[in-house]
Design a protein. Structure first.
Length: 180
């Protein structure tokens, strides 16, 4: 089973103005990335359509990730304020990398609870470990069960990102919204 860790900072909105505290907490986030065993996936909280997801398979990937995070973590901390505290925005998610590929199942759950399959696409990762899009193979499409979402009162679009190895499947992200 893959391990997930969340690196967080404890701040009050007023403390983000303290340069010493910001530097200390930034160092903590960067050290979590520096010390994580390869390979892993890092999810930055301010991301969209794969931007902010880092696939870190090799030391050069880690170096590139840290270079980006050196400025982004500081901005993340300094944008913490009273209106966003409930979202816990001061965090990085570090997850063990699973073998195999990733797919996204897109479904629409109707008001009556019937899941309508929209499509399934394979995530495309370039040679540098960056997400570069998705590809649909319509011969491999299967319906994803929407009963759980409906039982919780949800209806409308949702996407499940699933890591697939030879003998296991792991839901790694559930987007209960329209996605790109």
């Amino acid at each position: 089973m893959a391990s997930s860790d969340i690196s967080t900072a404890s701040f009050t909105p007023a403390e983000v103005k303290d340069d010493f505290l910001v530097k200390r907490e930034s160092s903590g986030f960067l050290n979590a990335v520096k010390n994580r065993v390869l390979p892993f996936l890092l999810k930055f909280p301010q991301y969209f359509a794969g931007y902010g997801d880092f696939v870190v398979s090799r030391e050069p990937d880690r170096d590139a990730c840290i270079e980006i995070l050196q400025t982004k973590v500081d901005l993340m901390i300094r944008s913490f304020n009273a209106s966003n505290t409930q979202f816990n925005p001061l965090s990085l998610i570090l997850q063990d990398m699973l073998p195999g590929g990733a797919v996204a199942h897109n479904i629409f759950v109707t008001k009556t609870g019937r899941p309508i399959f929209i499509g399934c696409c394979e995530q495309v990762i370039d040679k540098h470990g960056n997400w570069s899009g998705a590809m649909a193979d319509y011969k491999r499409q299967e319906e994803l069960d929407g009963e759980y979402a409906f039982s919780k009162g949800y209806y409308e679009p949702m996407v499940a990102d699933i890591m697939i190895s030879e003998d296991q499947q792991f839901v790694i992200d559930l987007n209960v919204r329209v996605t790109a």
